[in-house]
Write a protein that binds this ligand. Structure first.
Ligand SMILES: [Zn+2]
Length: 395
């Protein structure tokens, strides 16, 4: 596979083996000390060891790998201590959305005073991001959040799991090395969950109100790519495939995830509000939460956006090219990649209903839902997801 260079929305090197560009890239910036940021799982994988060992030939290297599960403020605090003690001039994130977001925050806090939440997006008295950040380079190992091309980081408070957003253009990685070989060994579950997160970004962005033909075009092509690639990735990993078709599908998913993050500059919607509630209240994986909720929320949204859902049904070549056909396609895709069709199947109990509605209604994402969503609507949507009884919209 040849390496592709994009300069949109940042510098991206995309293709099998892209990770080997890391050393020359760091050298071109005159870097001498590299902080590698990853999660506990990735830290044990052979490719991570290889990346660290390769870097040690040319640079002083320190590793922060304390991230586990959803990204927490305590991860940022611990990583920042490591970063300040080490004094590196580059932060290289290797991992999924959690590692990526924590790495961005560590890069921010290395030379900025105070606490992370002093820089929270929208805070009236927020401190300015006015210091130089170390060079940020991202190597995604999942195809989901697209955080590698995002200018924000989402981290949760440790005690409450409430999500906080840090936003600044300086958080956008300067380089992204999008190497499908880093995702070949992802378990089928994480592949499916993160892939459906990307699907949620692409489709919610496409439905978000507002005139933005660039984002709309990117969203539709991203949906087409993911519709073909995600099932191949899930079955490929289960069959221990190493074929070019499998690597190509992984490459397509990385691109689809990146396109989702570009497209959702336009906005997200109520799927993400429900997912944020499930992560906050039940600590559910973000991608899995989106996957579980997307058919129910899209079914609700038919009343606002049936025409645009028909366009998405056409983009993914759904069996029925209609609004209900789009909802039916989502149910079929979930089934194909092993996502349960109701919340209790994932261990989420109905006693959480009120708390879920409470978090969802206060979540900002549904402000760009294609139509308004009330607390009563959220309650209905969650109740359907508990019962798993939404009528199948299409076959
Ligand atoms: Zn998401």
């Amino acid at each position: 596979m040849t390496l592709n260079n994009y300069n949109f929305p940042t510098h991206v090197v995309s293709g099998a083996g892209a990770r080997h560009e890391l050393t020359p890239m760091l050298k071109s910036h005159g870097v001498t000390k590299v902080l590698l940021v990853t999660d506990k799982g990735v830290a044990t994988l052979p490719f991570f060891g290889d990346i660290a060992e390769t870097l040690k030939r040319d640079f002083a290297v320190e590793v922060y790998s304390g991230i586990e599960g959803n990204p927490l403020i305590s991860h940022v605090t611990a990583g920042t201590e490591t970063a300040k003690g080490f004094g590196g001039d580059a932060v290289v994130a290797v991992g999924g959305g959690a590692a990526m977001d924590v790495a961005k925050c560590i890069a921010l806090m290395q030379h900025h005073p105070g606490q992370l939440l002093d820089y929270e997006d929208g805070k009236p008295d927020a401190r300015p991001v006015d210091q130089v950040l170390p060079l940020i380079i991202a190597l995604p190992t999942t195809a989901g959040t697209g955080s590698e091309v995002g200018r924000s980081a989402v981290v949760s408070e440790d005690a409450t799991h409430i999500k906080r957003i840090i936003f600044d253009p300086k958080l956008l990685p300067v380089h992204v090395l999008m190497d499908p070989e880093l995702t070949l060994g992802l378990p089928a579950t994480i592949t499916a969950w993160t892939g459906m997160d990307a699907c949620s970004h692409l489709s919610e962005a496409f439905l978000a109100p507002g005139y933005h033909p660039q984002c709309d075009g990117i969203a539709l092509e991203g949906l087409r790519l993911m519709s073909q690639a995600l099932p191949k990735c899930v079955t490929g990993v289960m069959n221990h495939e190493t074929s070019k078709t499998y690597v190509d599908a992984r490459h397509d998913m990385l691109n689809a995830a990146m396109m989702g993050a570009v497209a959702f500059q336009k906005g997200l919607g109520a799927v993400h509000s429900c997912a944020h509630a499930l992560s906050t209240v039940c600590d559910l994986h973000h991608g899995l939460a989106n996957a579980l909720m997307i058919p129910y929320v899209m079914h609700f949204n038919l009343r606002f956006a049936e025409g645009r859902m028909k366009t998405m049904a056409e983009a993914v070549n759904a069996a029925e090219k209609s609004g209900p056909g789009w909802v039916g396609w989502l149910q079929t895709m979930n089934k194909m990649v092993g996502i349960p069709s109701s919340l209790p199947e994932q261990g989420i109990e109905a006693r959480h209903l009120d708390a879920l509605v409470e978090v969802a209604i206060h979540d900002p994402c549904h402000q760009t839902n294609p139509g308004p969503v009330t607390a009563e609507n959220f309650k209905d949507i969650f109740q359907q997801a508990f019962a798993g009884t939404m009528e199948r919209a299409a076959t």
